[in-house]
Write a protein that binds this ligand. Structure first.
Ligand code: ZN
Length: 193
C-alpha cells in the first residue's frame, strides 16, 4: 500500500481526443485508462495535492507530422477538437496544464522538455511524481526518464498507461526500462484512503 504525502503530485500525459480510439493517432485501449486516471485525480484533489496534465500542442506544420517528413499522422494541432481532452475527463479546476512540442521545429515527448514543469514542481516542493497517461512508449517513458534524472521519486501508474506499440513489445520494454530506472509500479487500489 502507498500513502500520499504532501510532497506528491500527479502528472498525466496527453489525454487528448487524437490519442484515443477513433482519433488521428488513436491508441488501442486508451479509453480504458480513463476511469482509473479519474480515480487518481479525485484522490489527489481530495488530499489537496497538485495535478498536472500535459497536452501535445502542435502548430499546423509540426516537424513530427508525416506531411513534414516526420513519423506521425497530423495530430493534436493546437486548439483543434483532436487536441482537447474528452468531455468525460473531468479534471479539477486547479489542474495545471503543461503544453509541449509547441514549436514547429522541435519534437518533445517529455513533459519536462522545453517547459517550466521542473521549475514549477520545485517551487511547490514536489519530490515524488505519480505518472500515467499516453503513451507508455513515448511521452510516459520520456517523462519518467527525465523525472528520474532530475531526482524525483516516481510511481508509475500501471493501470493508467497504454502503449502505441509500433513494435509489439514496445510498451512492455518501456515499462521494464522505467522500473529499472527506479519507477515503482502502482495501481489505484494500492493508494490508502
Ligand atoms: Zn505530437
Amino acid at each position: 500500500m502507498i500513502s500520499l504525502t504532501p510532497d506528491d503530485a500527479l502528472l498525466i500525459a496527453d489525454i487528448q481526443n487524437d490519442f484515443l480510439p477513433g482519433g488521428a493517432l488513436g491508441i488501442r485501449g486508451g479509453d480504458e485508462i480513463l476511469p482509473p486516471l479519474l480515480s487518481y485525480m479525485r484522490r489527489f484533489h481530495t488530499h489537496g495535492l497538485p495535478v498536472f496534465l500535459t497536452r501535445d500542442w502542435h502548430p499546423p506544420h509540426h516537424c513530427s507530422f508525416r506531411t513534414e517528413g516526420g513519423v506521425w499522422p497530423v495530430h493534436c494541432v493546437a486548439g483543434s477538437p483532436g487536441s482537447l481532452p474528452p468531455a468525460i475527463f473531468d479534471a479539477p479546476a486547479s489542474a495545471v496544464i503543461i503544453y509541449k512540442a509547441i514549436d514547429a521545429d522541435h519534437e518533445a515527448y517529455s513533459a519536462f522538455q522545453d517547459t517550466l514543469l521542473h521549475r514549477h514542481l520545485r517551487a511547490i516542493g514536489v519530490r515524488r511524481l505519480f505518472i500515467g497517461g499516453l503513451a507508455t512508449d513515448y511521452c510516459v517513458l520520456n517523462t519518467v526518464k527525465d523525472a528520474r534524472a532530475l531526482g524525483y521519486a516516481v510511481c508509475l501508474l500501471t493501470d493508467g498507461i497504454r502503449a502505441v506499440n509500433l513494435r509489439p513489445e514496445d510498451g512492455r520494454h518501456a515499462e521494464e526500462e522505467m522500473i529499472n530506472l527506479g519507477a515503482v509500479p502502482v495501481h489505484v487500489e494500492m493508494l490508502t484512503a
